[in-house]
Design a protein around this ligand. Structure first.
Ligand code: NAD
Ligand code: UDP
Length: 312
């Protein structure tokens, strides 16, 4: 086996902790870098005894020097309440983080993967969304610090590739859920499960007719690893998401049923610029990565409910 030294920024977050675990299980040497803004040591505590795992407190807006073969750049708050908490810091994290990590990749000739997002499509007027769609983003709206930061990061990646020959991969991740989501970060799956387990009202924003396509974390991590290992010429962007689309109301009803909850649904105002629909086209990932998600929503929710039941 080809043992690699791999840097994961944002490695103590929800997705990062699953990625670090997977890479260590695959026999690699993993360095996890995080400033613990939204992540926590608890997410990687199960890895601390592994001699091939290193945990470093660092902020990606500052330069960082290390010798590695591959970099997964995940550092960035991902939930609307967290990325809107300090909007300037969020855009700095995406843009300066990308510049610092791309500069590092260039210097040490490492391959680098960017965790981009379906948010680059904004509130899409094409449905479902192919990678060729340029998006419909409000540049001065509540979500812009995240959406535009991620869009600028994609631009930086593509130009470091063209100008400096850096080996890049861009993943556009659609809504992903699973164990180790932060129960307080306000994302819909964690909110609904926590509310249902506590028999508290389920908070639907708007009428609940808006849609999302939910992907279980293990499917995404498999996609990440395949993308990193893909042929040099394939840079992406490539959508990684589950094409099964649900309304938020359907999600609420499923969570209530799976938890046997007594919770009632209550409606709250829809946040500004909340996308009305979102569904990935994944033909490119199927063709290039031989990848498609395997875990249906109900099965993934059961595993996620078990996790939240254990921590509440
Ligand atoms: P998360 O908030 O759990 O993880 C992000 C991690 O980055 C946290 O550990 C946080 O402390 C760290 N971080 C934030 N700012 C940092 C900085 N300046 N320097 C160093 N570390 C920093 O979120 P997640 O869901 O695990 O998301 C990981 C990545 O995937 C993010 O880049 C996010 O934009 C992207 N993504 C996630 C989803 C999803 O549905 N989970 C969807 C699309 C894109
Ligand atoms: N949402 C909701 N109730 C909640 C949290 C979120 O109805 O308690 C809605 C939210 O308005 C959005 C969808 O669920 O339409 C997904 O929200 P999330 O923050 O998880 O992700 P994103 O909007 O970034 O896709």
């Amino acid at each position: 086996m080809n043992k690699k030294k791999i840097l994961v920024t944002g490695g103590a977050g929800f997705l990062g902790s699953h990625l670090c675990t997977r890479l260590l299980n695959d026999g690699h040497d993993v360095v996890c870098l995080d400033n613990y803004f939204t992540g926590q040591k608890q997410n990687v505590v199960h890895l601390l005894d592994n001699p091939y795992f290193e945990l470093i407190r660092h902020d990606v807006t500052m330069p960082f020097f290390i010798e590695v073969d591959e970099i997964y750049n995940l550092a960035c708050p991902a939930s609307p309440i967290h990325y809107q908490y300090n909007a300037i810091k969020t855009i700095k994290t995406s843009v300066m983080g990308a510049i610092n990590m791309l500069g590092l990749a260039k210097r040490i000739k490492a391959r680098i993967l960017q965790a981009s997002t379906s948010e680059v499509y904004g509130d899409p007027d094409i449905h479902p969304q192919p990678e060729s769609y340029w998006g419909h983003v409000n540049p001065i709206g509540a979500r812009a610090c995240y959406d535009e930061g991620k869009r600028a990061a994609e631009t930086l990646f593509v130009n470091y590739h063209k100008q400096n020959n850096v080996s890049i991969k861009i993943a556009r991740i659609f809504n992903t859920y699973g164990p180790r989501m932060d129960p307080n970060d306000g994302r819909v799956v964690s909110n609904f499960i926590v509310q249902a387990l506590k028999n508290q009202p389920i908070t639907i924003y708007g009428e609940g007719t808006q849609t999302r396509s939910f992907q279980y974390v293990d499917d995404l991590i498999e996609g990440f690893v395949r993308l990193m290992a893909s042929r040099e010429e394939f840079t992406g962007p490539v959508n990684l998401g589950n094409p099964n689309e649900f309304t938020i109301l359907q999600l609420a009803e499923m969570v209530i049923r799976l938890t046997n909850s007594k919770s009632k649904i209550v409606k709250h105002p829809l946040p500004p610029d909340d996308p009305t629909q979102r569904q990935p086209m994944i033909e490119l990932a199927k063709k290039e990565l031989d990848w498609a998600p395997k875990i249906p929503l109900e099965e993934g929710l059961v595993k996620t409910i078990e996790f939240f039941a254990s921590i509440i």
